[in-house]
Design a binder for this molecule. Structure first.
Ligand code: SF4
Ligand code: SF4
Length: 162
């Protein structure tokens, strides 16, 4: 994906976070803590794996379901954290009009206390910025294909097994 597109997406979110206060204080920054078995991690957008090669805080970058998945040691340089971290606990979705929008990440339910109150409980500026950032990514064909694969995987997470 074009690096300028990715940077514009980063810039659109800027310093915005899910809450106006540090939500990490609610949960001990659960989304930045490695799982007990060292699994978990964030899907990297196209181009991010290469860009993070020199980051000492990256623990691993492994093949994932549709894109590389990164784990870290929890001490990232915030200016370089992946887009998947910047948008959490939101995830790409299609609105009824077909445009890219956001919804709560189904996998976040297990760790993120913000999921209880839904999107309306998040800072509206953050929600708008994430939605805009995803639409910026979708301007790039590789970026849109990535979003579509992420969205499809998210649909799978929402299907009960029994
Ligand atoms: S798990 Fe949720 S509440 Fe905790 S730091 Fe991450 S986004 Fe904030
Ligand atoms: S890269 Fe940063 S924001 Fe993302 S999980 Fe690691 S410590 Fe948290």
């Amino acid at each position: 994906m074009n690096a300028d597109v990715l940077q514009r997406a980063y810039d659109r979110i800027g310093d915005l976070t899910p809450m106006l206060t540090d939500c990490g204080a609610l949960c001990g920054a659960a989304c930045c803590a490695p799982d007990a078995d060292g699994q978990g991690g964030v899907h990297l957008f196209p181009g991010e794996a290469q860009a993070l090669r020199d980051c000492e805080w990256v623990a691993s970058v492994l093949p994932g379901a549709f894109a590389p998945v990164m784990t870290c040691d929890g001490s990232c340089d915030r200016d370089r954290r992946p887009l998947g971290c910047r948008i959490f606990p939101l995830t790409p979705a299609r609105g009824k009009n077909g445009k890219w929008t956001v919804r709560m990440d189904a996998r976040a339910r297990a760790m993120c206390p913000l999921t209880g109150s839904g999107i309306s409980g998040l800072d509206p500026d953050f929600v708008r910025a994430v939605r805009d950032a995803l639409r910026i990514v979708a301007e790039d064909p590789e970026g849109e294909a990535f979003l579509e694969k992420w969205r499809a995987l998210e649909e799978e997470y929402r299907k009960p097994l029994w």
